[in-house]
Design a binder for this molecule. Structure first.
Ligand SMILES: Nc1ncnc2c1ncn2[C@@H]1O[C@H](COP(=O)(O)OP(=O)(O)OP(=O)(O)O)[C@@H](O)[C@H]1O
Ligand SMILES: [Mg+2]
Length: 258
């Protein structure tokens, strides 16, 4: 099992990158779980599978919170597991999808989250690859609903804020003790060599390895505007090919770790 969490400042291109990684990796193996861990989610749209989305993990947690007192102790975990397999995880042609949904409301959700953590841990073990589109605060990791990631891919644009967020994520991921093997930086919408140099220097300073610099791609914006999935990008685009190479690298890392 290889867990990859894609994160970074808002709007840097996490969802587009995640969806293409899911697209490429799921062409080479059918054991992929796509996780939408951004409460303001749009991964299913980018993947072109919005119509199959069922309930979110957050929905199930809310129902559980209200009705748990009526369930027997032994049944609680089983109930959650059944709901997640039956109503949350959906199957696309080549991968499964799990949408985490909104964070919990007021009140103490520790008990629910503790049970969920165990269920998610077991569930994730069924897959070779788990690709998580997460937000910058690593919400689900902070709350430990998901408690580990092997690789963290931080996306930054050319902004200072994007880099500052990358630094914060690096610190946060250490604090959270996610047990990750490596944390990488990807530059997105990078227009020139000077910008690459600035990002390289910054990455050096904070001790992060740069995977690649991805260009601005008009076609991405075009698809987005028309509400078409990003997996429809033309194969000869530089963005498409570079992400395909990142996917290959993840597949190699997975093979090495086995
Ligand atoms: N390389 C690129 N070239 C052109 N447009 C891009 C590129 N990468 C991302 N975009 C556009 O930028 C916007 C944000 O991308 P995306 O939704 O992937 O970012 P995000 O980091 O997931 O955002 P959020 O934080 O809101 O979840 C989208 O409209 C997308 O089409
Ligand atoms: Mg997003």
């Amino acid at each position: 099992m290889t867990v990859v969490a894609v994160t970074g400042k808002g709007g840097t291109g996490k969802t587009i990158l995640s969806s293409l990684l899911i697209h490429f990796i799921s062409q080479k193996t059918t054991s992929v779980l796509a996780v939408d861990a951004d409460p303001d989610s749009n991964l299913p749209d980018a993947l072109g599978v919005a119509e199959i989305v069922g309930k979110t993990l957050g929905d199930i947690r809310e129902v559980f919170q209200v009705s748990r007192d009526e369930m027997g102790t032994a049944n609680k975990e089983q109930w959650l597991e059944g709901k997640i397999y039956g109503e949350v995880i959906v199957e696309a042609d080549r991968f499964d999808l799990l949408v985490m949904g909104r964070p919990e409301g007021e009140g103490c959700y520790c008990f629910a989250n503790n049970l969920l953590r165990g269920v998610l841990r077991r569930l994730m073990r069924h897959y070779d690859y788990i690709i998580i589109d997460s937000e910058a605060g690593l919400e689900h990791f902070s709350r430990k609903t998901i408690d580990s990631a092997d690789y963290i891919v931080v996306v930054t644009d050319m902004s200072k804020k994007g880099l500052a967020t990358a630094k914060r994520i690096k610190e946060l991921s250490k604090e959270l003790d996610l047990g990750f093997r490596d944390i990488f930086l990807v530059g997105n919408r990078i227009a020139n060599k000077e910008a690459e140099k600035v990002i390289e220097e910054f990455a050096d300073q904070i001790g992060m390895r740069i995977l690649d610099f991805l260009p601005y791609d008009e076609k991405i914006a075009e698809l987005d505007l028309r509400g078409e999935p990003v997996v429809n990008l033309p194969e000869n685009s530089e963005y498409y090919q570079k992400v395909s190479r990142i996917a290959d690298m993840i597949i190699q890392l997975h093979a090495l770790a086995k």
